[in-house]
Design a protein around this ligand. Structure first.
Ligand code: TRP
Length: 329
């Protein structure tokens, strides 16, 4: 069975974009693949080194993953820092990662430009830590968005280089995992292309119904179409994109028809949209609240996850050390 691995940085709550773009598919993938899902808390230190929020942030993502349907008995769900083997592999891979290639990485250049006072070595070696995450479990497939493609390409390069240097066929080159037609990019409600934390336009899984209604009501619209069958402007198309994933096809065609005949009432559209978003988010939100308060369940899940992850990680480390020439006396 092929192995799928995905990591997420713990820097805040999950939103509809995370859910429809990835999380919802993870709940299906866990039935078909050997899955590793982990929370990249070491990675979060490259930009958010705050002891007050480190743990709450990890807890948020953990509870939201569980509430959205990740099953810790099917997938291996773990916290990166619970698996110290990753640090060792990171160190070893760093010996074969070059300053030239690391400093040319787009994400590094971006962050260095935006935060010139904190250009730390962790940021520079972010791709080696990510490669260690992936290679540690010999993952075949990694579901990634556009912004992570370069990191995955570097992982392949590091794997290849390791194999060549030590004349082995040890590491696999992991491939980007395309969900096919099910990949949905959720736009913001403000007319922007993408729902994102830094864009400040998110509908969170944790938002209560009132908050969702309020946010949807504020979505950007206009006076309506002026002619039959008009092309929708982006900000209206965005509302339909979200409607498409949360509503039934007949609801979508109902509003499409209204649009085409210039009879659309945005108030009605927004009311329906909010209602159907709430249908998706509310059961998740209720589970989040339950799980959040269940410390013993969270303890059990993370302990079990760490154990399973360390089993595969320690095997890799044993083999890598041997390949590299480490030997006990
Ligand atoms: N860099 C990824 C992000 O910001 C998170 C991540 C860390 C990751 N390690 C990974 C993703 C390994 C996939 C595989 O989204």
């Amino acid at each position: 069975m092929e192995t799928v691995l995905s990591g997420i940085r713990s820097t805040g709550n999950l939103h509809l974009g995370n859910y429809f773009g990835a999380l919802r598919n993870f709940t299906k993938m866990q039935d078909e693949y050997k899955c590793f899902f982990f929370i990249a808390d070491y990675h979060s230190l490259t930009t958010h080194p705050d002891p007050q929020i480190l743990h709450p942030n990890v807890k948020n993502v953990l509870t939201e993953y569980l509430a959205a349907g990740i099953d810790p008995d099917k997938a291996t769900l773990y916290i990166q820092s619970d698996v110290p083997e990753v640090c060792e592999l990171y160190l070893l891979l760093n010996m074969h990662a070059y300053l030239g290639e690391l400093s040319k990485t787009t994400s590094f250049k971006d962050k260095a430009r935006k935060n010139p006072e904190n250009v730390n070595a962790g940021l520079l070696t972010y791709p080696t830590l990510m490669a260690a995450d992936i290679l540690m479990h010999n993952a075949d497939k990694v579901p990634v968005g556009k912004d992570q493609e370069q990191h995955l390409e570097m992982t392949r390069k590091f794997a290849r280089r390791f194999n060549n240097l030590y004349s082995v066929e040890y590491f696999k080159e992991p491939a980007a995992f395309n969900f096919g037609q099910e990949l949905v990019k959720i736009p913001g409600l403000d007319g922007s292309g993408k729902m994102g934390k830094s864009e400040g336009n998110c509908l969170y899984l944790m938002d209560d119904p009132k908050t969702i209604e309020k946010k949807v009501k504020r979505a950007l619209t206009d006076e309506g179409p002026k002619e039959f069958n008009a092309v929708k402007p982006d900000y209206i198309e965005n509302l339909f994109t979200i409607l498409n994933v949360v509503s039934t096809p007949d609801v979508v065609s109902f509003f499409d028809e209204k649009w085409n005949k210039c009879e659309i009432r945005y108030g009605d559209l927004k009311k329906q949209l909010a209602e159907d978003i709430i249908k998706v988010t509310n059961p998740i939100r209720e589970r989040i609240i339950d799980i959040q308060n269940d410390e013993s369940y969270l303890h059990k899940v993370t302990t079990q996850g760490a154990e399973k992850a360390r089993e595969s990680a320690s095997k890799t480390l044993r083999e890598v050390r041997q390949i590299m020439g480490f030997k006990p006396f």
